[in-house]
Design a protein. Structure first.
Lengths: 220, 220
């Protein structure tokens, strides 16, 4: 079964697609436009040298967000906060009833033209809880990956390091996402508690941006 | 001296332009595109019967947001929250050093595709304080008009009623905006305290939307 990455043409999603495909997973990149999803998949296959006979890597394909969501039991949603609600509405009916969805959204103030080291507070408390409010009740939602930058994920010549903090109501869903985390070298997953802890964890992204800014680095 | 309405092609701004021009003020409608500002001014003049010799009404013109801001000592900013920061950056250098700016923005969750009866909490606490963070320090900012709907403002056959709650640091600036409020029949202005009270007052818009929704009305 493949892993779907909704919004897989963005920095975080594309980086995640690269790392998971390199780890041997079959990955489907979703985009609003099927062609853009396909183009991203071709670029990713090229970067990973897929088809060159390396043999230890997974496949990577591209399609629309809806088709990607329909075809996977584990769906990452990696989109900017401004478009998050619209994307969830667009995939809601396509998602399998038993899907595990991992949301990586941070409600950065960039959604309304303000700096990336500031956040908005969504009505529900966090972007993940906003997603939960839109999705069908049976979908198992996990929030995570807020401290792993798209830049780092895409820098394939460097190992990642650190902990991936996962929040959510269902232990099995967190473990399913955690198993994928464990396939990426040097990454470890940590259970950070219920979905409402996303109110804390999501904001770490803005904190890291602020540290990067203070020190003129990209690797906080 | 004319009153400028930035974003005067939107519901709230256009309605305010109509009411102020009918009260005898000279109003300049600003829009991102000069032509759209002009078209809105022509529509407003038409609705008000200006030029027909009524004689008791002010003039109404349209132009770009920047030109409107540059030409007025009293500037209303009536734009959706999603574009508010960008609009303030675009007029910041055009504003007169001693301008009084009245912000009518509510940080409705519609900015990120969520319902109009929900709000986002901006980094600074309110949309008005976000505007303050962008503007030069000498600009005197007032927040107000959140309980007067664009629909009501545009319904010229009906009198408005109610209180216009104004927040801001400078009493003279509130009084200047209040004097304009007083020119609109049946409206009264109330000093609601410092600018940070916008954290309370702005949210009343979402509350009114929710009441309208519960009762199937538009006049809460």
């Amino acid at each position: 079964m493949s892993v779907a990455i909704i919004g897989g043409t963005g920095d975080e999603g594309f980086g995640l697609a690269l790392r998971l495909a390199r780890a041997g997973e079959d990955v489907v990149i979703g985009s609003r436009a099927e062609e853009r999803g396909q183009a991203a998949a071709e670029k990713a296959a090229d970067l990973l040298g897929l088809g060159s006979g390396a043999g230890t890597r997974g496949g990577i394909e591209g399609t629309s967000n809806e088709k990607a969501a329909a075809g996977s039991e584990l769906v990452f949603v990696t989109v900017p906060f401004a478009g998050q609600a619209e994307i969830y509405r667009s995939i809601k009916d396509a998602l399998r009833p038993d899907a595990v969805v991992c949301d990586t959204t941070t409600p950065l103030a960039t959604a309304v033209g303000r700096p990336a080291w500031q956040v908005l507070t969504p009505w529900e408390g966090s972007a993940a809880e906003q997603a939960k409010a839109i999705l069908s009740k049976n979908v198992r939602l996990v929030s995570g990956f807020h401290t792993i930058s798209g830049h780092a994920l895409q820098s394939l010549d460097r190992d990642l390091e650190g902990d991936v903090l996962l929040c959510g109501a269902e232990p099995e869903a967190k473990a399913a996402v955690g198993a994928l985390v464990g396939r990426i070298p040097n990454l470890r997953w940590v259970d950070a508690g219920p979905l409402s802890m996303a109110r804390v964890i999501e904001r770490l992204t803005a904190g890291l941006v602020s540290v990067n800014r203070a020190y003129g680095i990209t690797t906080a």
